[in-house]
Design a protein around this ligand. Structure first.
Ligand code: BV8
Ligand code: ZN
Length: 271
C-alpha cells in the first residue's frame, strides 16, 4: 500500500477518526448499491423515484414491497471484512465517529457502536400519518426474488406504516446530522468508504473535513468526484483494501493516547 512514511505516522497519531460509508461498504455482503440497476418488479424504476413520500402516497404497495424485499436481503446478509475492519479500528484509535448513509444494520452487527445513520434505518418503521413507531413481525420476510406489491400494515390511527428511512425531499435527522458535521469539523482523519458522494447534504461532509485540514482517504473501486481531492486515494473493494489499511497503519501499533477496547472486535480482521 503506497502511503508515505510521513502520512503513515500522521495517520497513526490521529486523535479523532471519522469513517463515512455508503452503499459500497455493504456491496460485498450482497446488498445492491443505489448505482446497481433495480431488478424484478422495480427494474423500470430509478431508486430515487421509489424512495420518496410521493411514490409511497401514489403506490404504497409497490414501495412497501420494495422495502420488504430489501429488508429480507439485509437480514439474510452478514457483515463483510470492511465492516469488521471498521469495528476493529474503533479499538485502535482514541476516538472514532462512524457516519453512514446506509439503512442496513451491518455496521452494528460487526460490532460498531453509536453508528450515526444519516438516512435512517430499515429496521425502524413508523406511521406515515401520526409518526407513531411500529414494530415488524419477528423473523425474516419471505419475499419472491423478483419482488411483489405488498400492502403496508396499518397504524391504530388508520395510517399506513412506512419504512424508517429518510426519503428524497425529507430532512435528515437533526441529532445525527449535527453530530456528523461536528465530527467532520473536528477530526484529524476522514475515511470515505464506498460512496459516490452524490446525495446532498451528506456528500458535503468530505469537503468539510478537507477544509479543516484533515487527512482524507477514499476507498472505492470506481472513480468519484473525490479522486483528485482526497489526500490518499485507494482504488479497490473495501473488503480487501480496508483490512489492509487498518493493519498497515494501526495494526498492532496501539496509538499513543491508548485505545479503547470494543466488545465485538476480539478477532482481528483477516489481512
Ligand atoms: C433534502 C435512504 C431537503 C432511503 C437515501 C439537486 C442538487 C443537489 C441536491 C438536490 C438536488 N435535487 C434534490 C436534491 C436533494 C437530494 C439529493 O441530494 N438528490 C441527489 C440525487 C441529487 N437530497 C435529498 O432529498 C435529501 N433531503 O434535501 O431535504 C429538506 C430540508 C429541510 C426540510 C425539508 C426538506 C435526502 C437525501 C437522503 C435520501 N435517502 N437513502 C433508501 O435507502 O431507500 S439516499 C441513498 O442514496 C443512500 O442512503 C445514499 O445516500 C445514496 C446512494 O449513494 P451511495 O451510498 O454512495 O451509493 P451509490 O450506489 O450511489 O454508490 C455506491 C458507491 O460504492 C460507488 O461509488 C461504487 O463505485 C462504490 N462501490 C461499489 N462496490 C464497492 C464500492 N466501494 C467499496 N467497495 C466495494 N466493494
Ligand atoms: Zn398512525
Amino acid at each position: 500500500m503506497d502511503i508515505s512514511e510521513d502520512l503513515l505516522n500522521t495517520l497513526r497519531k490521529a486523535g479523532h477518526v471519522v469513517v463515512f460509508t455508503g452503499a459500497g461498504v455493504s456491496a460485498e455482503s450482497g446488498i445492491p448499491t443505489f448505482r446497481d440497476a433495480l431488478t424484478g418488479l422495480w427494474e423500470h424504476f430509478d431508486a430515487k423515484e421509489l424512495a420518496t413520500p410521493d411514490a409511497f402516497s401514489r403506490n404504497p404497495a409497490l414501495v412497501w414491497g420494495w422495502y420488504e424485499w430489501r429488508r429480507m436481503k439485509v437480514l439474510r446478509a452478514q457483515p463483510n471484512s470492511a465492516h469488521l475492519a471498521i469495528a476493529m479500528l474503533e479499538t485502535l484509535v482514541p476516538r472514532l465517529t462512524l457516519v453512514t448513509q446506509n439503512v442496513d444494520d451491518l455496521h452494528e452487527r460487526a460490532g460498531s457502536r453509536d453508528v450515526l445513520h444519516l438516512h435512517g434505518s430499515i429496521n425502524r418503521p413508523f406511521c406515515f400519518v401520526c409518526r407513531l413507531p411500529a414494530i415488524y413481525p419477528a423473523g425474516i420476510p419471505v419475499e419472491p426474488d423478483g419482488g411483489r406489491r405488498l400492502e403496508p400494515p396499518r397504524c391504530k390511527c388508520g395510517g399506513r406504516i412506512r419504512p424508517g428511512v429518510v426519503w428524497f425531499g425529507e430532512p435528515l435527522p437533526d441529532n445525527e446530522w449535527s453530530a456528523a458535521n461536528d465530527a467532520a469539523n473536528q477530526c484529524d482523519v476522514f475515511l470515505c468508504i464506498g460512496t459516490s458522494s452524490l446525495v446532498q447534504p451528506a456528500a458535503r461532509l468530505p469537503t468539510v473535513a478537507m477544509q479543516r485540514g484533515a487527512i482524507t482517504v477514499q476507498v472505492n473501486p470506481n472513480p468519484t468526484s473525490l479522486d483528485d481531492r482526497v489526500t490518499i486515494n485507494l482504488p479497490g473493494p473495501a473488503g480487501q483494501v480496508l483490512p489492509r489499511l487498518v493493519e498497515t497503519v494501526w495494526g498492532g501499533a496501539k496509538s499513543q493516547e491508548g485505545a479503547t477496547s470494543a466488545p465485538g472486535a476480539a478477532s482481528s480482521p483477516s489481512p
